[in-house]
Design a protein. Sequence first.
Length: 196
Amino acid sequence: MSEPIGVVVLAAGQGSRFQQLAGAGSDKLLADCTGRDGAVRSVIEHVLLNVPESLEKRVLVTTADRPQVIRMAQAYGFEIVLIESTGMGDSIAAGVAACPQQGGWLIVLGDMPFILPSSIERVLAGMVDDTISVPVQDGEYGHPVGFAGSFGPGLLALAGDRGAKPLFSQARVVEVSVEDPGVLWDVDVPEALFFK
């Protein structure tokens, strides 16, 4: 794909399941997490570090009550988009609206710190005209997901808690086979901070 790809990191969800177990007020995005490189960083910092440097248009969607996440993302060159909703559909639409003139968008979840950068590169390589590129591990769809530019109107129309899954039914999906359990590993509970 010749036009530049924008990356949208979704970091607005409140992580209620994580908070139930770790305590009210705990933010899973700021929890210490030992990455696959052995370094201890916050969950969101691992996610930001895994984004390829070649992706220059970087947007992080979050809520105003996360100043540490905002500062961290800015340090990694991300533009911040603040929203009040925590719904995934609203977050995707807001992120794409912040960089609409792209050849496509890579949608990254802010609570998935264990994805190998090589897996992200393979998803990007699978992004061709009018396709959705998705990593597949053990027969299961994972993240991040790449959407060609033609999906812009569909992404902008998303709302509420519903993500982009409905767009898959009207698309040619490029399944990128990876040997990377990190594409399925989100930090929903404190135990998930430790990759096995």
